[in-house]
Design a protein around this ligand. Structure first.
Ligand code: BES
Ligand code: ZN
Ligand code: ZN
Length: 499
């Protein structure tokens, strides 16, 4: 899809050329200057009239009406050169992608070097460009008989740059992989619960594993009984759908050591169980496997790029249903680790399935653990819809995850777990733990509970209940699933340094 070239010539290019515009104030340079001269200064006039702006994330599409070889020029406002971040660049390019899609173009060109600054080189710009174009072109096909007109896809993109062609090509490839894997995660989350059961999620994971040569293990109910996974089994008890514990192993080192465990909540639908959700609260609970989707998205990137790290992905999957056989408040269950749990709320099911998944990840040799889960409505109350809530038992490991999240443009904010919080989840007269200590600090209680199963292994908890979906569309995302944390996890794996 991408061809990298140097020697940009304004008359050779066909349908569309994309250029970055910085706030200098705007003065056209290079290819922009050439175009302006050939158009008799008309671009300068459009700047004066405010039609072309350097304001961050503005996009202006100008038709050259046969006066240049290239039919359209698309100017992407980037703001002040010194202030441009990778994130703003991605968003600006996402907007450009959306503007272009309105024109139904199938080929386009980009003057990559017009997007570079002192801090962002051509390789950063290449990654931002291809990732933004993938993310911004995402649409969930849906199931309408008469589907919305499917957009024409862009078939060929020529990237002009004076930088090393192979390196630019590689950066374009990486950005594209990151974008595509995020889109895969989005599709999993957008798929309804009847069409994505735990069996379907296991089949998807097996296919992914086969594609990339991962070792795949899918535990069935009988295996779970043998291993004593009483927490996952309890959540599944009211369902007609069998539970699955999905394991994918990627070995990028000679020895199976310094293993990163990625654990993703895979509840394919959460009714709340007997602690039933409200009519309004239950809608949207098909997205309760956003953590699993993030882990699978990350594994897609890992499979494509092959970092020299060891990773074990563990996804506990079931739905949380009601029936005569379902688990109930007051039940006491025994997790695989041996810890007993008094169930006070069947809607706090995520932490239960994750408890067994954490133990199982350790069983497979995980030396570091990250769990990702749409765990609590409480995290939305605490941090809103833009920040993933995070908790940890190991500040050094946390800093590595935090750095990856910044790089991925998926911000997180750390919440504390105090000794008193730990006492709260340990407060039960008849069991080691309780799964719902009460109203205060829901998000923290969820994290504190899961932390009990890290048992000294460095661990980071990511509560994505607020960030895994969005109600409005933006430059890089449509309304619905965001695919959040697939990129952060992949970047973490790529850059990870063991202690
Ligand atoms: N799946 C929900 C959390 C959730 C809420 C995800 C909103 C996405 C959007 C989770 O299983 C849940 O129900 N959590 C409870 C925990 C409580 C019972 C301790 C919650 O947050 O209310
Ligand atoms: Zn729940
Ligand atoms: Zn849930």
């Amino acid at each position: 899809m991408f061809t990298v070239k140097d020697a940009l010539n304004i008359d050779m290019i066909d349908e569309c050329l994309i250029l970055g515009v910085f706030d200098r104030p705007i003065k056209f340079t290079g290819i922009g200057k050439e175009a302006d001269e050939q158009l008799g200064g008309q671009l300068t006039e459009l700047v004066k009239a405010g039609e072309i702006s350097s304001k961050k994330k503005t996009v202006a599409k100008i038709h050259t009406l046969g006066k240049l070889g290239v039919k359209r020029l698309v100017f992407v406002g980037l703001g002040k050169e010194k202030e441009l971040t990778f994130e703003t660049l991605r968003e600006a390019l996402g907007k450009a992608r959306k503007t272009i899609s309105e024109s139904k173009l199938t080929t386009l060109s980009v003057a990559l070097d017009t997007f570079t600054t002192e801090n962002l080189d051509a390789l950063d710009a290449a990654h931002a460009f291809s990732e933004a174009f993938e993310l911004a072109s995402y649409q969930f096909a849906g199931y309408k008989q008469k589907s919305n007109q499917v957009e024409k896809s862009i078939e060929a993109i020529t990237v002009y740059s004076d930088a090393d062609k192979d390196e630019v090509g590689a950066a374009l490839h990486v950005g594209r992989i990151f974008g595509r894997a995020t889109n895969s995660a989005r599709t999993l989350v957008n798929t309804p619960g009847n069409l994505l059961t735990s069996t379907d999620l296991a089949a998807y994971s097996s296919a992914l594993g086969e594609r990339y040569g991962f070792e795949v293990e899918i535990l069935e109910k009988e295996d779970m009984l043998k291993l004593g996974m009483g927490a996952l089994l309890a959540v599944n008890q009211g369902s007609v759908e069998p539970p699955k514990m999905i394991v994918l192993k990627y070995q990028g080192k000679d020895e199976w050591k310094d293993v990163i465990g990625l654990v993703g909540k895979g509840i394919t639908f959460d009714t709340g169980g007997y602690s039933l959700k409200t009519k309004a609260g239950i809608v949207g609970m098909k997205t309760d496997m956003g953590g699993a989707a993030a882990v699978l998205g990350a594994m897609e990137i890992i499979g494509e790029l092959g970092p020299d790290q060891n990773v074990v992905a563990v996804i506990p999957s079931t739905d949380n249903m009601i029936s005569g056989e379902a688990f109930k408040p007051d039940d006491v269950i025994t997790a695989m680790s041996g810890k007993t749990i008094e169930v006070l709320n069947t809607d706090a099911e995520g932490r239960l399935v994750l408890a067994d998944a954490m133990t199982y990840a350790k069983h497979h040799g995980a030396d570091y653990l990250i769990d990702v889960a749409t765990l609590t409505g409480g995290v939305i109350t605490a941090l809103g819809m833009d920040m993933t809530g995070s908790m940890t038992n190991d500040v050094e490991f946390y800093e590595q995850v935090q750095k990856a999240s910044e790089e991925a443009g998926e911000p997180m904010w750390r919440l504390p777990i105090t000794e008193k919080d730990k006492e709260r989840v340990r407060n039960s007269k008849i069991a080691d733990l309780n799964n719902s200590p009460g109203g205060a600090g829901h998000a923290i209680m969820g994290g504190a509970f899961i932390g009990e199963f890290a048992e000294g292994t460095p661990w980071v908890h990511l509560d994505i209940a607020g960030t895994s979906t969005t109600s409005s569309s933006s430059a890089l995302c449509t309304a619905g699933a965001t695919g959040v944390m697939a990129r952060t996890l992949a970047l973490l794996v790529e850059t990870f340094e063991a202690k």
